[in-house]
Design a protein around this ligand. Sequence first.
Ligand SMILES: N[C@@H](CCC(=O)N[C@@H](CS)C(=O)NCC(=O)O)C(=O)O
Length: 268
Amino acid sequence: MSDAPYELYYWPTIQGRGEFIRLALEEAGAPYIDVAREPKGMARMMELLEGARAQREPFAPPFLKSGDLVIAQTATILAYLGPRHGLVPDDEASRLGAQQLQLTIADLIGEAHDTHHPIAGRLYYEDQKREAKRRSIDFVKTRLPKYLGYFERVLDANGGTYLVGDALSYVDLSAFQVLVGLDYAFPHAMARLAAKIPLLLRLRGEVAAQPRIAAYLTSARRIPFNQQGIFRRYPELDLPAPRRASPSRRAGSRSAPKRGAPSRRPRR
Ligand SMILES: N[C@@H](CCC(=O)N[C@@H](CS)C(=O)NCC(=O)O)C(=O)O
């Protein structure tokens, strides 16, 4: 493996899909240049995107340059980096499994993006607010629980600690990013789901506590969430805040019904 730094090409002001690559490179401790964040870096990125200089020009960022190789598509980049940096198990079944989960994460991200841009990415949110509201209602009520329930089951079936194999993989890093992104965009919907995804939330904490990831998250290299990325906070697209349980409910006790008060139990 050459010592030359990887070159990551991604939009310079957002986490977006580039963040899945950044997290893998950071956890690997691999030297990389975030090209578009360097002086004249945007021009270099656009040249590669538009100049068709590569054998298979990338359709869109993120893409990674490793020596002479130019690799696009987030899941493909991670499938390339994983084996090089011990971020995926060795066996074929696990590698395919990792890719399967990463592509499912890609589907989830696409749907999360479409909550605020259901009609077209090139239009303003304000021009598709009504459609965004309809789309996000279905997302937070149906799709989000379905996706997170799926990942919770996969985690449980794999022993509860990691999504693939018995060590941290790039899929765990990506799951972390999705969970923090969803929490930023839909804090109320996520709070309502929390009790159903204990293993995922534990995994999120474990990833955040990895020394290299912890250092990265507090560094200037980590771009804060904002209103240009995939995960955006539009409170009108979230569910209402969950009602806080009363102290007696929280303790699990039920107060005796007052004498003469109608019973809540349905009559049989
Ligand atoms: N399936 C691709 C999607 C790439 C993608 O949509 N990139 C966005 C930024 S996150 C972009 O710049 N798209 C431009 C376009 O689709 O025209 C991946 O997972 O990497």
